[in-house]
Design a protein around this ligand. Structure first.
Ligand code: LIP
Length: 263
Protein backbone atom coordinates (compact mmCIF):
# COMPACT_ATOMS: atom_id res chain seq x y z
CA UNK A 1 0.00 0.00 0.00
CA UNK A 2 1.65 3.33 -1.10
CA UNK A 3 2.34 5.79 1.70
CA UNK A 4 -0.18 8.61 1.88
CA UNK A 5 0.70 12.31 1.99
CA UNK A 6 -0.32 12.33 5.65
CA UNK A 7 2.06 9.44 6.37
CA UNK A 8 4.94 11.27 4.65
CA UNK A 9 4.06 14.47 6.55
CA UNK A 10 4.11 12.50 9.81
CA UNK A 11 7.61 11.23 8.96
CA UNK A 12 8.75 14.75 8.04
CA UNK A 13 7.77 16.12 11.45
CA UNK A 14 9.39 13.11 13.10
CA UNK A 15 12.64 13.53 11.09
CA UNK A 16 13.04 17.11 12.31
CA UNK A 17 12.48 16.02 15.93
CA UNK A 18 15.01 13.16 15.65
CA UNK A 19 17.59 15.35 13.87
CA UNK A 20 17.41 17.80 16.75
CA UNK A 21 17.68 15.06 19.42
CA UNK A 22 20.64 13.52 17.55
CA UNK A 23 22.28 16.95 17.32
CA UNK A 24 22.11 17.36 21.08
CA UNK A 25 23.73 13.93 21.59
CA UNK A 26 26.48 14.69 19.05
CA UNK A 27 27.19 18.08 20.63
CA UNK A 28 27.85 16.30 23.91
CA UNK A 29 30.63 14.32 22.25
CA UNK A 30 31.84 17.43 20.38
CA UNK A 31 32.28 19.22 23.72
CA UNK A 32 34.67 16.50 24.94
CA UNK A 33 36.77 15.53 21.91
CA UNK A 34 39.73 14.59 24.10
CA UNK A 35 37.74 11.60 25.38
CA UNK A 36 36.70 10.47 21.91
CA UNK A 37 37.97 7.11 20.66
CA UNK A 38 38.63 7.76 16.94
CA UNK A 39 39.27 4.86 14.55
CA UNK A 40 40.48 4.94 10.94
CA UNK A 41 38.23 3.50 8.20
CA UNK A 42 40.82 4.28 5.54
CA UNK A 43 42.76 7.27 4.16
CA UNK A 44 41.19 10.54 5.45
CA UNK A 45 38.19 8.51 6.72
CA UNK A 46 37.53 8.12 10.46
CA UNK A 47 34.75 7.03 12.78
CA UNK A 48 34.23 7.57 16.51
CA UNK A 49 31.69 6.46 19.08
CA UNK A 50 29.94 9.78 18.41
CA UNK A 51 29.05 8.54 14.90
CA UNK A 52 28.06 5.08 16.14
CA UNK A 53 26.00 6.23 19.14
CA UNK A 54 24.26 8.98 17.16
CA UNK A 55 23.29 6.51 14.42
CA UNK A 56 22.13 4.01 17.07
CA UNK A 57 19.86 6.70 18.56
CA UNK A 58 18.35 7.66 15.19
CA UNK A 59 17.85 4.02 14.15
CA UNK A 60 16.17 3.13 17.45
CA UNK A 61 13.77 6.08 17.25
CA UNK A 62 12.81 5.12 13.69
CA UNK A 63 12.34 1.44 14.59
CA UNK A 64 10.07 2.38 17.49
CA UNK A 65 7.92 4.81 15.51
CA UNK A 66 7.97 3.31 11.99
CA UNK A 67 8.94 -0.38 12.34
CA UNK A 68 7.72 -1.06 8.79
CA UNK A 69 10.38 1.24 7.28
CA UNK A 70 13.86 0.17 6.13
CA UNK A 71 17.10 1.79 7.24
CA UNK A 72 20.43 2.53 5.55
CA UNK A 73 23.09 4.16 7.72
CA UNK A 74 26.73 4.99 7.06
CA UNK A 75 27.90 3.15 10.17
CA UNK A 76 25.48 0.20 10.54
CA UNK A 77 24.60 -0.43 6.89
CA UNK A 78 21.36 -1.63 5.31
CA UNK A 79 18.42 -3.16 7.26
CA UNK A 80 15.18 -4.37 5.71
CA UNK A 81 15.64 -2.79 2.26
CA UNK A 82 14.05 -5.71 0.35
CA UNK A 83 10.57 -5.51 1.84
CA UNK A 84 9.94 -1.91 2.89
CA UNK A 85 7.96 0.83 1.15
CA UNK A 86 10.22 3.57 2.48
CA UNK A 87 13.93 3.73 3.34
CA UNK A 88 15.55 6.06 5.87
CA UNK A 89 19.03 7.04 4.62
CA UNK A 90 21.14 8.44 7.46
CA UNK A 91 24.57 9.90 8.09
CA UNK A 92 24.72 10.44 11.83
CA UNK A 93 27.70 12.78 11.61
CA UNK A 94 28.50 13.95 8.11
CA UNK A 95 31.83 15.72 8.20
CA UNK A 96 33.47 13.30 10.62
CA UNK A 97 36.97 14.60 9.91
CA UNK A 98 35.94 18.21 10.72
CA UNK A 99 34.06 16.89 13.79
CA UNK A 100 37.06 15.09 15.32
CA UNK A 101 39.25 18.08 14.38
CA UNK A 102 37.06 20.45 16.40
CA UNK A 103 35.77 22.29 13.33
CA UNK A 104 32.14 23.36 12.95
CA UNK A 105 31.46 21.95 9.45
CA UNK A 106 29.55 18.79 10.40
CA UNK A 107 25.89 17.86 10.58
CA UNK A 108 23.27 15.15 10.99
CA UNK A 109 21.74 14.14 7.64
CA UNK A 110 18.41 12.25 7.45
CA UNK A 111 16.60 11.43 4.19
CA UNK A 112 13.54 9.31 3.44
CA UNK A 113 13.27 7.60 0.04
CA UNK A 114 10.21 5.98 -1.57
CA UNK A 115 10.18 4.40 -5.07
CA UNK A 116 13.61 5.85 -5.91
CA UNK A 117 12.65 9.44 -5.01
CA UNK A 118 13.76 11.37 -1.96
CA UNK A 119 10.60 12.63 -0.22
CA UNK A 120 12.11 14.08 2.95
CA UNK A 121 15.49 15.70 3.65
CA UNK A 122 16.60 17.10 7.01
CA UNK A 123 20.12 18.38 7.79
CA UNK A 124 20.87 19.64 11.27
CA UNK A 125 24.02 21.73 11.83
CA UNK A 126 24.06 22.01 15.63
CA UNK A 127 27.16 24.19 15.95
CA UNK A 128 25.63 26.73 13.61
CA UNK A 129 22.17 26.27 15.16
CA UNK A 130 20.86 25.78 11.61
CA UNK A 131 18.32 23.17 10.54
CA UNK A 132 17.67 22.71 6.82
CA UNK A 133 14.53 20.83 5.85
CA UNK A 134 12.76 19.87 2.63
CA UNK A 135 9.62 17.87 1.75
CA UNK A 136 9.22 16.90 -1.89
CA UNK A 137 6.85 19.38 -3.59
CA UNK A 138 6.72 21.66 -0.55
CA UNK A 139 9.90 23.76 -0.79
CA UNK A 140 12.99 23.98 1.42
CA UNK A 141 13.64 25.96 4.58
CA UNK A 142 16.40 27.05 6.92
CA UNK A 143 15.14 27.30 10.51
CA UNK A 144 11.61 27.42 9.10
CA UNK A 145 12.20 30.22 6.57
CA UNK A 146 12.04 29.50 2.80
CA UNK A 147 15.38 29.31 0.96
CA UNK A 148 16.39 29.55 -2.70
CA UNK A 149 19.52 28.85 -4.70
CA UNK A 150 21.59 31.85 -5.89
CA UNK A 151 20.53 33.23 -9.29
CA UNK A 152 24.05 32.78 -10.62
CA UNK A 153 24.62 32.96 -14.38
CA UNK A 154 28.36 32.31 -14.41
CA UNK A 155 30.96 30.31 -12.44
CA UNK A 156 32.50 33.72 -11.67
CA UNK A 157 29.42 34.68 -9.61
CA UNK A 158 30.48 32.91 -6.44
CA UNK A 159 32.09 29.91 -4.75
CA UNK A 160 31.70 26.28 -5.85
CA UNK A 161 32.26 23.45 -3.37
CA UNK A 162 34.53 20.74 -4.76
CA UNK A 163 34.03 17.65 -2.63
CA UNK A 164 36.77 15.08 -2.57
CA UNK A 165 37.67 11.82 -0.88
CA UNK A 166 40.50 9.36 -1.60
CA UNK A 167 37.84 7.09 -3.11
CA UNK A 168 38.32 9.11 -6.31
CA UNK A 169 41.39 9.54 -8.54
CA UNK A 170 43.42 12.64 -7.65
CA UNK A 171 43.37 13.60 -11.33
CA UNK A 172 39.57 14.05 -11.15
CA UNK A 173 39.67 16.77 -8.53
CA UNK A 174 42.78 18.44 -9.96
CA UNK A 175 41.08 18.64 -13.35
CA UNK A 176 37.91 20.06 -11.80
CA UNK A 177 39.90 22.64 -9.83
CA UNK A 178 41.88 23.67 -12.91
CA UNK A 179 38.75 24.04 -15.04
CA UNK A 180 36.93 25.97 -12.29
CA UNK A 181 39.75 28.46 -11.77
CA UNK A 182 40.30 28.92 -15.51
CA UNK A 183 36.55 29.56 -15.80
CA UNK A 184 36.81 32.46 -13.37
CA UNK A 185 35.42 30.48 -10.45
CA UNK A 186 36.58 29.89 -6.89
CA UNK A 187 36.53 26.72 -4.78
CA UNK A 188 35.79 25.62 -1.23
CA UNK A 189 35.79 22.24 0.50
CA UNK A 190 34.32 21.98 3.98
CA UNK A 191 34.48 18.17 4.48
CA UNK A 192 30.72 17.69 4.82
CA UNK A 193 28.82 16.96 1.62
CA UNK A 194 25.44 17.40 3.29
CA UNK A 195 26.30 20.83 4.68
CA UNK A 196 27.96 21.96 1.45
CA UNK A 197 24.80 20.97 -0.43
CA UNK A 198 22.58 22.88 2.00
CA UNK A 199 24.77 25.95 1.51
CA UNK A 200 24.01 25.68 -2.23
CA UNK A 201 20.29 25.43 -1.40
CA UNK A 202 20.32 28.75 0.45
CA UNK A 203 22.65 30.52 -1.97
CA UNK A 204 25.86 30.67 0.06
CA UNK A 205 27.61 28.51 -2.57
CA UNK A 206 26.73 28.44 -6.27
CA UNK A 207 27.38 24.76 -6.86
CA UNK A 208 28.56 21.42 -5.51
CA UNK A 209 30.61 18.96 -7.53
CA UNK A 210 32.28 15.73 -6.34
CA UNK A 211 33.54 12.72 -8.32
CA UNK A 212 31.94 10.25 -5.88
CA UNK A 213 29.62 10.67 -2.89
CA UNK A 214 27.47 8.23 -0.92
CA UNK A 215 23.68 8.43 -0.58
CA UNK A 216 23.80 9.08 3.17
CA UNK A 217 26.03 12.12 2.55
CA UNK A 218 23.91 13.74 -0.15
CA UNK A 219 20.22 12.72 -0.49
CA UNK A 220 18.87 15.11 2.14
CA UNK A 221 20.96 18.02 0.84
CA UNK A 222 20.02 17.30 -2.78
CA UNK A 223 16.32 17.48 -1.94
CA UNK A 224 16.92 20.83 -0.23
CA UNK A 225 18.55 22.08 -3.45
CA UNK A 226 15.89 20.84 -5.87
CA UNK A 227 13.13 22.17 -3.62
CA UNK A 228 15.02 25.51 -3.52
CA UNK A 229 15.02 25.82 -7.33
CA UNK A 230 18.28 24.07 -8.11
CA UNK A 231 19.13 21.31 -10.60
CA UNK A 232 21.01 18.08 -9.98
CA UNK A 233 22.33 15.17 -11.99
CA UNK A 234 20.13 12.08 -12.12
CA UNK A 235 21.82 10.90 -8.95
CA UNK A 236 19.64 8.10 -7.56
CA UNK A 237 20.02 5.67 -10.46
CA UNK A 238 21.37 2.10 -10.76
CA UNK A 239 23.17 1.02 -7.59
CA UNK A 240 23.78 4.57 -6.34
CA UNK A 241 21.74 4.07 -3.15
CA UNK A 242 24.27 1.53 -1.86
CA UNK A 243 27.41 2.35 -3.85
CA UNK A 244 27.26 6.10 -4.45
CA UNK A 245 27.57 8.20 -7.58
CA UNK A 246 29.13 11.34 -8.92
CA UNK A 247 27.32 14.56 -8.00
CA UNK A 248 26.75 17.82 -9.87
CA UNK A 249 24.24 20.34 -8.58
CA UNK A 250 23.55 24.07 -8.51
CA UNK A 251 21.47 26.86 -10.03
CA UNK A 252 19.95 25.85 -13.41
CA UNK A 253 21.70 28.61 -15.38
CA UNK A 254 25.18 27.29 -14.54
CA UNK A 255 24.42 23.56 -14.29
CA UNK A 256 26.07 22.75 -17.62
CA UNK A 257 29.22 24.69 -16.63
CA UNK A 258 29.31 22.78 -13.33
CA UNK A 259 28.81 19.46 -15.12
CA UNK A 260 31.76 20.25 -17.43
CA UNK A 261 34.16 20.57 -14.47
CA UNK A 262 34.53 16.82 -13.85
CA UNK A 263 36.40 14.63 -16.38
C1 LIP B 1 32.14 13.09 3.96
C2 LIP B 1 31.32 13.48 2.75
C3 LIP B 1 32.08 14.37 1.79
C4 LIP B 1 33.38 13.77 1.40
C5 LIP B 1 34.20 13.50 2.64
C6 LIP B 1 33.48 12.54 3.59
P1 LIP B 1 31.71 11.62 6.17
O1 LIP B 1 31.38 12.15 4.67
O2 LIP B 1 30.16 14.15 3.18
O3 LIP B 1 31.31 14.55 0.63
O4 LIP B 1 34.06 14.65 0.53
O5 LIP B 1 35.44 12.92 2.26
O6 LIP B 1 33.31 11.30 2.95
O7 LIP B 1 32.68 10.49 5.94
O8 LIP B 1 32.34 12.73 6.91
O9 LIP B 1 30.44 11.16 6.74
Amino acid sequence: MPLTDAQIDDRFTFAIEVAREAGTLAMGYFADLASLDVKSKGPQDVVSQADVETERLIKSRIAARFPEDAFLGEETGADGLADAEGIWVVDPIDGTQPFVSGLSSWCISIAFVVDGRTRIGVVNSPVGDELFAAREGHGATLNGKPIHVRDATSLADGIVTLGYSPRSPIEDIVTALDRLLRGGGMFARNGSGALGLCYVANGRYIGYVEPHIYSWDCLAGLLCITEAGGRMNDWLTGDALLNGNRIVTGPPAIYDALDALLP
